[in-house]
Design a protein around this ligand. Structure first.
Ligand code: FMN
Length: 180
């Protein structure tokens, strides 16, 4: 029988404790309800996307937004220095959210594709076109800050995410931000 090195035996409880703390932190941060977006961009093989809920508006002058992308995601390197579009998903687009999070191969995204800008996901509630502005290192993620070059939105219910579950937000609860 192969003997387990003493150092490995000693390390295991600490690794378990760290994994448990990380899981609890994830669960805690998951109480923060968000919308759901697909960040789309051009790649050698055609338009690509990644599901992202770390989308945040940052500045109006200049107009800046950010998305936080895991370094281990394939999109991470592909997105560097690329124009991108933040597509805010509507309530009926859960399948697309799953598709761009690595699941649901059954969903068939369609892109509006114009030269000179990132592909837009058809049917999204809002499109925010961005040019790369800065990228900041942030632990196991990179914060990609984009300068908004164009935007548009539709009315409709929004897809939302909380506690690792998809839900929806009725239109009547949104769209009053200009009053605030
Ligand atoms: C609702 C939801 C939100 C997500 N938000 C993010 C995010 O903000 N940043 C991120 O890096 N990954 C996020 N993910 C995970 C990525 O979508 C997932 O890892 C994806 O498979 C990465 O694809 P890629 O490796 O092809 O780039 C999210 C997944 C879901 C379901």
């Amino acid at each position: 029988m192969r003997e387990v090195p003493q150092a490995a035996k000693l390390r295991r409880p600490q690794v378990d404790a760290e994994a448990e703390i990380a899981a609890r932190l994830r669960s805690c941060l998951g109480r923060f309800a968000t919308g759901v977006t697909v960040v789309s961009f051009d790649a050698a093989e055609g338009p690509r996307g990644v599901t992202v809920n770390s989308f945040t508006s940052v500045s109006l002058d200049p107009p800046l937004v950010l998305v936080s992308i895991a370094k281990r995601a394939a999109a991470h390197e592909a997105l560097r220095d690329q124009p991108f579009c933040v597509n805010v998903l509507g309530a009926e687009q859960e399948a697309l959210a799953k598709r761009f999070a690595g699941g649901n191969a059954g969903a068939h995204p369609r892109f509006d594709y114009e030269p000179g800008r990132a592909p837009r996901l058809l049917g999204a509630l809002a499109h925010v076109d961005c040019n790369p502005w800065r990228a900041y290192d942030a632990g196991d993620h990179t914060l990609f800050v984009g300068e908004v070059t164009a935007f548009e939105h539709l009315d409709g219910d929004a897809l939302a995410y909380m506690g690792s579950r998809f839900t929806t937000l009725a239109e009547s609860d949104t769209g009053v931000e200009y009053l605030i």
